[in-house]
Design a protein around this ligand. Structure first.
Ligand code: SF4
Length: 97
């Protein structure tokens, strides 16, 4: 089955969420192997602050509507990325220990 047909059947949003899920799992596995699990608390605070002002943030469940991650956790983990690259503007995808 072609990717385009598959995309239509499942919907692009669902495929993107599945992609983010596996990327997150891969990042967590790498973090556990390297021992670099958490970012500096200040980096986590700045990431979370961006999320809280983002239109894709659902404060009721602490969820991002783009990747469906729990942002109170995701913002603390090393190697995680904002799917809309909003953290990139401040270089918050990199650890600043
Ligand atoms: S991860 Fe990105 S898209 Fe999701 S809520 Fe945070 S800033 Fe918004």
């Amino acid at each position: 089955m072609k990717f385009s047909t598959l995309s239509r059947n499942f919907g692009m949003k669902k495929l993107r969420v599945i992609k983010y899920f596996f990327e997150s799992m891969w990042t967590i596995a790498k973090n556990l192997l390297t021992g670099e699990t958490f970012v500096h608390p200040e980096v986590a605070r700045q990431r979370y602050s961006i999320c809280k002002s983002c239109e894709s943030f659902n404060p009721e469940y602490d969820l991002c509507r783009e990747c469906y991650c729990v942002m109170g956790i995701k913002t603390k983990l090393e190697g995680m990325q904002c799917p809309l690259l909003k953290w990139d503007k401040l270089g918050l995808n990199k650890n600043k220990k």
